[in-house]
Design a protein around this ligand. Structure first.
Ligand SMILES: *Cc1c(COP(=O)(O)O)cnc(C)c1O
Length: 408
């Protein structure tokens, strides 16, 4: 048997059925009228944000990186819970404006911004995290034409990465940001342009679980921001320390010790150099805030054996759960946390693989896991489905179409 990932905290069984926020998933599916279905728990999102606030220094603001989950009801919920939003496309900007979010609370990163996207950001008072000298020149020209003062921050490609992170976003040659050794000069150019200077965005990596590595990266990020501030000759107004906080997806993963990260950042905040004394700091998080709050529910359509192995075939698959299938940024496929939701507290009785309905061998939701014996009609739950699920999977593949989503 291959191990399954750890089921996140906060899920219980009611009469043997998985319940989300006190509602058995059978009821949730019935109310929605179909599977596959993503269910996101607002209570889990609130609890996670409260944990973050309690552990981190009060001076650190919290932004939501909406690419993790741009479902409109989640954006509405987040408005009352976070201090700002980070977007990475014009489409995400439209989603934010539709949710009624003030542009002053939004920052826009991402390599390859179109002129129309830069223009919309300037018009709405969104902070542009500039990714290159060329993008800066385009922003100056567009702001001139509009007769407006753009809010400009600089994304810096740090000369270090986040150790142990699942996705490295800095260190060495990268398409993101301006290399640290050219950043000071570009800050001078931005200041000379008359733009509103909004400071630095330094994102070294994501999906890290080791508190020591995260704290070390944050320390180096502060050192870099201080060095660049001194080089440019002006105090740093704002500094986005990036993200980095991961969630446990696989059997050997353990949660980040956030208390440790917060304590160490708090110590650093007490000894900041003059150039950072008045800086407003934030972190931008996606999966850490919403990942564990989401469950993907799919129904078993067929139960079959092949060469002695049992396959449970569902009406879902990688078209909604690309990451769980192991095809989104993983080298070795490992099982996400997964359960037979309608036999949630039954003991393990057999080894089975849970597969999707797509005609491709890539479409695996759980490989050779230990499960209670499940039958056609049972519901399967894939956990850690709140981030990079619905929005980061090829929903149109094989003519399937998107899953339903619900926030409860
Ligand atoms: C993707 C991304 C994030 C969010 O990453 P998570 O791993 O979901 O926390 C934050 N900032 C930037 C610039 C990103 O590209």
């Amino acid at each position: 048997m291959k191990p399954l990932g750890p089921i996140p905290p906060g899920f219980e069984s009611i009469g043997g059925v998985l319940a989300i926020a006190g509602q058995p998933v059978t009821q949730l599916v019935e109310a929605a009228g179909q599977t596959p279905l993503f269910v996101y728990s607002s209570q889990r999102i609130r609890a996670r944000i409260a944990e973050f606030r309690a552990a981190m220094p009060a001076r650190l603001a919290l932004h939501y990186a909406i690419k993790a989950n741009p479902f409109a009801p989640i954006l509405d919920l987040m408005q009352g819970l976070v201090d700002g939003f980070d977007i990475a496309s014009g489409g995400e900007l439209r989603a934010m404006l539709a949710a009624g979010v003030d542009g002053a609370r939004i920052s826009f990163a991402g390599p390859g911004k179109r002129d129309a996207e830069i223009e919309a950001a300037i018009v709405h008072g969104v902070t542009l995290n500039l990714e290159s000298e060329g993008e800066a020149a385009r922003a100056f020209a567009l702001a001139d034409r509009l007769g407006m003062t753009p809010r400009l921050a600089l994304r810096v490609n740090p000369d270090f990465d986040l150790k142990g992170s699942g996705m490295k976003m800095g260190g060495g040659a990268k398409p993101f940001g301006v290399d640290a050794d050219r950043a000071g000069a570009l800050v001078r150019t931005i200041l000379d342009s008359g733009a509103e200077w909004c400071g630095f965005h330094i994102f070294a990596g994501s999906q890290a679980l080791d508190a020591g590595a995260i704290a070390e990266t944050q320390g180096r990020t502060l050192d870099l921001a201080a060095r660049l501030g001194e080089e440019s000759g002006v105090a740093v107004p704002r500094c986005n320390l990036g993200g980095g906080l991961g969630i446990p997806y696989f059997a050997s993963d353990t949660p980040v010790d956030l208390g440790d990260v917060g304590a160490r950042l708090g110590e650093r905040f007490e000894t900041l150099p003059e150039v950072l004394a008045g800086t407003r700091f934030c972190m931008e998080l996606g999966r850490y805030l919403v990942g564990e709050a989401g469950v993907y529910l799919t129904r078993i359509l067929d139960r079959k054996t092949s060469h002695g192995e049992t396959f449970l075939v569902t009406d879902g698959g990688l078209h909604h759960q690309l990451a769980a299938s192991g095809n989104f940024g993983t080298v070795v496929r490992r099982n996400y946390p997964c359960a037979i939701a309608t036999r949630f507290d039954a003991p393990v009785e057999e080894e089975a693989s849970i597969v999707g309905c797509l005609c491709t061998p890539l479409d695996k939701l759980a490989e050779k896991g230990g499960f209670p014996r499940a039958e056609v009609g049972d519901l399967v739950a894939v956990f850690c489905a709140g981030a990079y699920g619905a929005s980061a999977s090829p929903a149109l593949f094989l003519g399937q179409g998107p899953a339903l989503e619900r926030l409860v």
